[in-house]
Design a protein. Structure first.
Length: 139
């Protein structure tokens, strides 16, 4: 039987509890998950093993989620990975939505999370390192 590898999702959030809850929900649905608590750790993780999708909090230390995504997009050496932004701040989320990025508003249910992750993975090329058009409208 030819089994495809499980999609890898990188969660970038500075709140430990949020990272762990997201991880439990995603692992329970059959995804592989890596965790990062800030953009610096996320950047290293991204280069070591490019994920199929990233869940990125918009309020991060050192650099907000939108700036982190813009930095990745501008770096030709960085793998281009689809991003779903998560936040409880409606003003910041509206900036992300204006750029065409998918967003998940905290608090959200496990069903909302899994549905959005599945949809984003289905809409993207099924291979790692696929170029994606994240935030290109505003950059």
């Amino acid at each position: 039987m030819n089994e495809s590898p499980r999609p890898l999702i990188l969660i970038v959030d500075d709140e430990t509890a949020v990272r762990e809850i997201l991880k439990l929900q995603l692992v329970g649905e059959g995804y592989d998950v890596r965790l990062a608590d800030d953009p610096i750790v996320a950047g290293r993780s991204l280069r070591e093993a490019p994920p199929d999708l990233m869940l990125v909090d918009l309020a991060l230390p050192y650099q907000d989620g939108l700036d982190f995504a813009a930095t990745l997009k501008a770096d030709a050496a960085a793998p281009q990975v689809p991003i779903v932004f998560i936040s409880g701040n409606p003003e910041i989320m509206s900036r992300a939505r204006e750029l065409g990025a998918p967003c998940l508003k905290k608090p959200f249910s496990a069903t909302q999370l899994i549905d959005l992750v599945r949809r984003e993975l289905e809409n993207r090329a099924p291979r790692r390192r696929a170029k994606v058009d994240v935030l290109s409208a505003g950059l």
